[in-house]
Design a protein around this ligand. Structure first.
Ligand code: GLY
Length: 355
């Protein structure tokens, strides 16, 4: 993988070293309205390259990851005479690294960027692996590119002001990486509860590092998601279906929670269709129920949920729905399919286990 990964409790120092290694170019910080107000001042104190950088602020929130904001970003880069050697520092969650990364990938045919994720979710997912882009025509990440940043500077010091719900949301992606790694890593994460009150940045950082390295290893083998990287979609077919269902019902749920419940259903399918251990499934489901609660569904909701799964962008065939299943922790089986009957049976078991 081209991208450097730096895990540190002194992100400002790490950024300065990186900028020096890159030949001390002009630096532009892209931040959203929240990180510009609450995180940037802290980094300005610790980093001379951030202190002397120009700032572009974008409106916070996924709905603003759109063509209008991107055009604004390109225009600001142009107005400040950014060149191909200028370095963009994306300071924020996944929305900022997705859009700032895409602006950097396309402005003057490509400039370098560094991601500095300020949420746990972005640290373990969006900031690593080079997926960049914007939402377009009502569809998520419809326009984009695979363009790896020069580096991600990952620090848990930014997370101690995040609400507990956001920490748990990121932790769900860490659980996914643990399921893709091995039984020992999974057991370690299931023994840790990253709740708002008990969350300790220093204990979390090594777990974050281990988690990011699982993703980095997969991305290194398959940057453009031709094969193995599809395993990173584990839990997301059902998770996205839950997320859309909740959104349409007017009670949106956080992405990571949807993934946590989606992984539970997909582990049930894995048990039914790929021999995943019942004991590990029960331990996982109990952890999710205890820390994330349950997504309430009834069998009347199955047709709408299955329809959402069918319209997921990963599904080409109308008859069967595509999944990554696991035969055991660390043993993903990509390009598996399940019928409506099999999904209905898995949702029945989810209701028995979780509700
Ligand atoms: N978020 C999954 C991936 O980067 O492939």
């Amino acid at each position: 993988m081209k991208q450097k990964l730096i895990f540190t409790e002194q992100p400002g120092v790490a950024i300065d070293i990186l900028i020096e290694e890159m030949g001390t170019p002009q630096v532009v910080v892209v931040a959203d309205t929240n990180t510009a107000q609450f995180v940037l001042p802290r980094l300005v104190n610790d980093s001379k390259s951030v202190a002397s950088a120009k700032l572009i602020t974008v409106k916070a929130g996924e709905p603003h990851k759109n063509l209008e904001s991107l055009t604004g970003l390109w225009k600001s880069l142009s107005d400040m005479n950014a060149t191909r050697s200028t370095v963009v520092v994306n300071l924020g969650g996944g929305m900022v690294s997705d859009m700032g990364g895409f602006a950097a990938a396309t402005y003057r045919r490509g400039m370098r960027c560094i991601n500095v994720p300020t949420t746990l979710l972005a640290a373990v997912d969006a900031s690593v692996g080079g997926k960049t882009g914007i939402n377009f025509n009502g569809l998520k990440n419809q326009i984009g590119s695979f363009s790896e940043p020069e580096a991600s500077v990952i620090s848990t010091i930014f997370f101690n002001t995040l609400p507990g719900q956001q920490i748990l949301s990121g932790y769900a992606e860490m659980l996914k990486h643990a399921l893709l790694k091995d039984e020992t890593t999974l057991a370690k994460l299931l023994a840790y509860i990253p709740d708002g009150a008990g969350f300790d940045p220093e204990t979390l950082l090594p777990l974050v590092e281990e988690s990011v390295l699982v993703k980095a290893d997969i991305v290194e083998q398959d940057l453009r998601e031709a094969n193995l990287r599809k395993a990173l979609n584990f839990g997301h077919t059902v998770g996205h279906a839950f997320e859309s269902f909740a959104f349409k019902s007017g009670s949106p749920i956080p992405h990571g929670y949807a993934v946590a419940w989606g992984m539970t259903v997909e582990l049930i399918l894995s048990h039914m269709e790929a021999g995943f251990s019942s004991e590990t499934l029960h331990r996982f489901a109990a952890y999710i129920k205890q820390n994330y609660g349950s997504f309430e569904i009834s069998c009347d909701d199955y047709p709408a949920l299955i329809e959402n799964m069918r319209s997921d962008k990963k599904n080409m065939s109308a008859d069967e729905i595509n999944f990554t299943l696991l035969s055991a922790p660390g043993k993903p089986e990509i390009n598996r399919t399940a019928s409506e009957e099999q999904i209905g049976a898995a949702l029945d078991i989810y209701c028995d286990l979780m509700l």
